[in-house]
Design a protein around this ligand. Structure first.
Ligand code: BG6
Length: 298
């Protein structure tokens, strides 16, 4: 069966290969597993809470309507938790919309929020998440519609990739991009031809040309190609030893070696949506292929 609607999750299976499948928790519409020909592509903590008691540590949590914590105490998102409420609300499964490639949709609106969240952020919005499982890629498309007063928001696909070893991993095609280092709290131009990792890393790259494909490379082999549409910014994060030790739901403690978050989004500034307007964006994670050097695309 290509789509199984279970009480707390939805499982998609590629009709051509039962070992290519996807598991989506209704809580947060969080993709918690993506197997391609039997091989898991996403990192999920062994201590991740999958019972709806807290956002999932791993997979693809969704960040909306605020990235991090709002710094302006007067902004309507000021009282929301870190990374907003999309990842900690139970979405409605809207069903299958296409047979091949297998595609499903989830929806979230004010009626799905806890009373506390609906009061904290009292806007009339509709989120539709469309997920397509392909033979060699995973597409996540988000639309945000405004049916009431104007509002501002961020969006982010907080994707946790599974790696062999972070110290053998490079992230390509971010050279010459403006980045804000969240640890140093300063902005500069990234000059590394490819990013490597040897300590805690938390940077927000902004306004990246959509023609640039962000690549995650393991010892010269391309693991993932991130194609982005409407997602100009990208957060790159690895908590390393000390920070992961401090996170109760991060397990095993050595697993910072096996994960990296590369998170396309719209977080450098906020999107303003006027009444009746809709915003749409998409990420496609394509597996394998050749190394592409796109340093000359500005
Ligand atoms: C990243 C941020 O996107 O998410 C980091 O850049 C943050 O600063 C990380 O620590 C994890 O956030 P959380 O709320 O899931 O612990």
């Amino acid at each position: 069966m290509p789509v199984e609607d279970l009480p707390s999750k939805v499982i998609l299976t590629d009709p051509l290969d039962p070992n290519t499948n996807l598991t989506i928790l209704k809580y947060g519409a969080t993709i918690i597993s993506w197997k391609n020909h039997g091989q898991e592509q996403l990192w999920l903590s062994e201590e991740a809470r999958l019972d709806g008691s807290k956002p999932v540590r791993g997979g693809i949590p969704l960040v909306f309507p605020i990235f991090g914590k709002q710094k302006d105490p007067k902004h309507p998102t000021a009282s929301l938790p870190q990374h907003g409420f999309a990842r900690s609300s139970t979405w409605e499964f809207l069903g299958q919309t296409m047979e091949s490639p297998v595609t499903v949709q989830f929806g979230l609106g004010p009626e799905h929020l806890s009373k506390e969240m609906a009061t904290a952020w009292p806007f009339d919005f509709t989120l539709i998440l469309t997920i397509t499982l392909k033979e060699n890629s995973l597409v996540t498309n988000i639309s945000v519609a405004n049916e009431g007063a104007p509002f501002e928001f961020n969006w982010l696909f907080h994707t946790y990739y599974r790696l062999n070893d972070i110290t053998d991993t490079l992230v390509n095609n971010l050279v010459d991009q403006t980045c804000y280092d969240q640890l140093l709290t300063t902005s500069y131009i990234e000059k590394a031809p490819a990013i490597s990792f040897h300590e805690e890393f938390d940077r927000v790259y902004s306004q990246i040309n959509p023609a640039r494909t962000i690549q995650i490379i393991d010892k010269g082999k391309v693991l993932f190609n991130l194609h982005r549409d409407g997602l100009p910014d990208c957060v790159v994060w690895n908590p390393w030893a000390k920070k992961s030790a401090a996170m109760a739901d991060f397990m095993p403690k050595s697993a910072f070696h096996q994960m990296l978050c590369v998170e396309p989004g719209y977080v450098h500034s906020m999107i303003t949506l006027m009444p009746g307007e809709k915003w749409v964006a998409e990420q496609e994670i394509e597996l394998g292929g050749e190394i592409k050097i796109q340093a000359n695309i500005y």
